[in-house]
Design a protein around this ligand. Sequence first.
Ligand code: DAK
Length: 257
Amino acid sequence: MELIKVNPAHKKYIALIELNRPKELNALNLQLMQELKEALRQLDEDETVRVIIITGNERAFAAGADIKQMAGKTAIDMLNIDQFSTWDQIRKTKKPLIAAVSGFALGGGCELAMTCDMIVASETAKFGQPEIKIGVMPGAGGTQRLTRAIGKARAMEMVLTGDFIDGHEAQRLGLVNRVVPVEMYLHEAESLAAKIAAMSPVAAKLAKESVNRAFETHLDEGLNFERKNFYLTFASEDQTEGMNAFIEKRKAEFKGR
Ligand code: DAK
């Protein structure tokens, strides 16, 4: 891996992926996205990993797709490159994904953060969909995920003006889970990850899948999906361990089985 750094054992059960094109503010070129897809595929299969954090650096999470790489492309080039399959693969990661965001999270960078399951932001974070300023529009879920997260009025304004919002505003609007001073954002993401990593990984995967289903279906279908995943947790050793630990007044030791 050249444009990202991957540490599968950053902390117990927690993997860390750092986007690593600092001079280009972590602009997401095709190689970086391929590396990210491959890293997530491997970490999703790694039994020692329960939660994955994706981060950048203090100045930038990612300032968007690489404009220099896209500039000369035709519609047919874009169709043939088919970046969507890469983004779709990332979206299908089964383990919980946390974005730890400081600085710029713009365009594809904001979309990548929103593709994660939760966002921990620094006060200095700047979220935006500024594609309109370069004559295009969001292409990796921005119009859909931002609208679902913060509502039509504010999403429409951000997408049509390209204006940024900071970490506090993003939290007020419900885009991010937590906002903390810049020196704390990774630590805060790690604390959130550690809390989740202590739970049953089987239940966490099934619960993540069920929450995401809420955005894709109507209530009846969603409740039915939830019910099936709920039953499935009873097929796990973690369910027996979790309930026995409660009754025996001890801490549960989950194995992901
Ligand atoms: N692409 C390429 N290079 C970038 C970049 C980007 N998105 N953002 C920054 N850079 C580069 C700058 O060109 C500069 O490089 P040098 O000139 O030094 O070689 C370096 O990073 C530092 O940037 P600045 O000098 O501009 O730094 P400032 O602090 O002055 O400004 C800024 C920071 C973030 C406000 C500014 O760099 C900026 O406006 N950047 C562009 C932000 C933007 O428009 N982002 C949206 C890009 S469009 C798709 C999936 C995703 C997408 C599309 C399709 N499919 C699945 C099909 C996504 C599209 C986008 O994200």
